[in-house]
Design a protein around this ligand. Structure first.
Ligand SMILES: NC(=O)c1ccc[n+]([C@@H]2O[C@H](COP(=O)([O-])OP(=O)(O)OC[C@H]3O[C@@H](n4cnc5c(N)ncnc54)[C@H](O)[C@@H]3O)[C@@H](O)[C@H]2O)c1
Length: 444
């Protein structure tokens, strides 16, 4: 099929590359001219494992193209995907300005029958708004063109996005038109060669809701376990033992029950807030979802508070090594990363930070921590340790799993480690004489 993907960010670029990989001809559109120019030159704007070779291969094979001009491609395509951002608006609701701007543009430019598929995460009722916007534009032009708006929320996770897209747990298709549903089924068929029942069809509103509920459920698990961790610490229980104890119950399971510094990233924070707002707009107070958010807000500061408890409020003259800036491993994404909050708290009290991340340093330097002159960045993790009063581990990158403990001790002023990662109970720290602080456990 011939596809147009509008919005070439994490979702748009990964979707476009994966559809091309399956033999479709895809054009990825973006308003960001530099991003498109870079992509045309083979420069990939984000880090995502496996993405760069797939983009380069398909671009070379002429199956994946990049453009800022939607009009040149809309007439040729069978399906147009909307994959633009839906950031948090000022009142907590999803800001639909980019989605509706695309709908308006499609309405102004389309000349033939089209299926418009919304992949952006949008509140229930957005497909209707997209439909009204396109219909309004067609009416202005006094043309009558058949089109269908389908909801196809994306469930990929950053850090494993290509794998998730190529081997999806499920594909949700919300459509009120049978022919459009069948077209989407055909498009996704190659992704389900071994099992065809993972395409779930439903009405548009339920599909829009499914995405928010999936994220809210995962965020709830995270906040629940973080709350448990904080109680464990107070009563002298070991949250990691508790985790294993409860995870063995098949009704609970082991995934997403690790304590840590709270959820971040581009999706959970804004989607949780948007779901709460949607409920409020319908006169319902979503108390549980509100509590998930509150627990997460508090959790982001736990590691900073442990540092302050240990060293005092005045951190002037102190140096902290930070390993890990991205909100999770295998990505350069720092949107809502706990590291931003933790580092800011320490810097506010006069500390100096020596930071390293395998992929997110540019993001930190140029965007998320750009106003903090007290942060210096290094090209390797051991360089951050020189003269450090303590080290903070903030992201679960694999390269942090088995550090050279002797090197740590040699470089740091004193062997003190604060671990904000969500999968660690590093007994080796204790054995080697480190003062070691974790979430959900009194220090060893
Ligand atoms: N990032 C994720 O892990 C993820 C996962 C699932 C769903 N989602 C959802 O997918 C959507 C996109 O997220 P993302 O992380 O890819 O966003 P992003 O910010 O990485 O990318 C969005 C892109 O859209 C472009 N854009 C904005 N307006 C445009 C227009 N009028 N025409 C063409 N391009 C335009 C921007 O320049 C940007 O490059 C959001 O709704 C998000 O919630 C994201």
């Amino acid at each position: 099929m011939n596809l147009t993907v509008i919005g070439t960010g994490y979702v748009g670029l990964v979707s476009g590359a994966c559809f091309a990989e399956m033999g479709n001809t895809v054009t990825c559109i973006d308003v960001d001219e530099k991003k498109i120019e870079d992509l045309k030159k083979g420069i990939i704007p984000i880090y995502e494992p496996g993405l760069a070779p797939m983009v380069l291969r398909n671009n070379k094979n002429n199956t994946l193209h990049f453009s800022t001009e939607l009009d040149a491609h809309l007439d040729k395509c069978d399906i147009a995907f909307i994959a633009v951002g839906t950031p948090m608006g000022e009142d907590g609701s999803a800001d639909l300005q980019y989605v509706l701007a695309v709908a308006e543009e499609i309405g102004r430019l389309m000349n033939k029958s089209l299926i418009i598929v919304n992949k952006s995460t949008v509140p229930v009722g957005t497909a209707d708004k997209v439909k009204e916007t396109i219909a309004g534009e067609l009416q202005k032009r006094k043309v009558d063109i058949d089109f269908h708006v389908v909801s196809n929320p994306e469930f990929l996770k950053e850090g494993d996005a290509v794998n998730d897209f190529m081997k999806p747990d499920r594909v949700v298709v919300g459509s009120n038109d049978k022919a459009a549903t069948e077209k989407i089924r055909t498009l996704y068929a190659p992704f389900f060669l071994s099992s065809s029942d993972r395409l779930i069809t439903m009405d548009v509103r339920s599909a829009e809701m499914t995405k928010y509920v999936a994220n809210a459920m995962l965020a709830t698990k995270i906040s629940f376990m973080n709350e448990v961790a904080n109680i464990c610490e107070l009563v002298g229980a070991d949250v990691n033992k508790v985790r294993i104890g409860i995870g063995s119950d098949s009704r609970i399971g082991y995934s997403f029950i690790y304590p840590g510094s709270g959820y971040g990233g581009s999706c959970f924070p804004k989607d949780i807030r948007a779901l709460k707002k949607t409920a409020a707009l319908h006169g319902y107070e979503a108390e549980l979802i509100g509590a998930v958010e509150q627990v997460n807000e508090r959790q982001k500061y736990i590691i900073a508070n442990k540092v302050i408890d240990r060293f005092g409020e005045d951190l002037r003259g102190m140096t902290f090594a930070v390993w890990g800036l991205a909100f999770k491993p295998q990505t350069d994404d720092m949107r809502e990363a706990p590291s931003i909050y933790i580092i800011s708290e320490l810097v506010k009290r006069g500390a100096v930070i020596q930071a390293y991340d395998p992929k997110a340093i540019d993001e930190a330097k140029h965007f998320y921590l750009k106003d903090l002159e007290e942060v210096t960045y290094y090209n390797s993790k051991y360089e951050t340790l020189a003269n450090a009063d303590a080290m903070l581990l903030l992201t679960e990158w694999k390269e942090f799993r088995a550090p050279d403990f002797e090197e740590l001790k040699k470089q740091m002023k004193q062997p003190i480690v604060f671990d904000g990662r969500n999968q660690y109970s590093d007994i080796r720290m204790k054995q080697r004489g480190f003062e070691y602080y974790q979430i959900g456990k009194k220090n060893l």
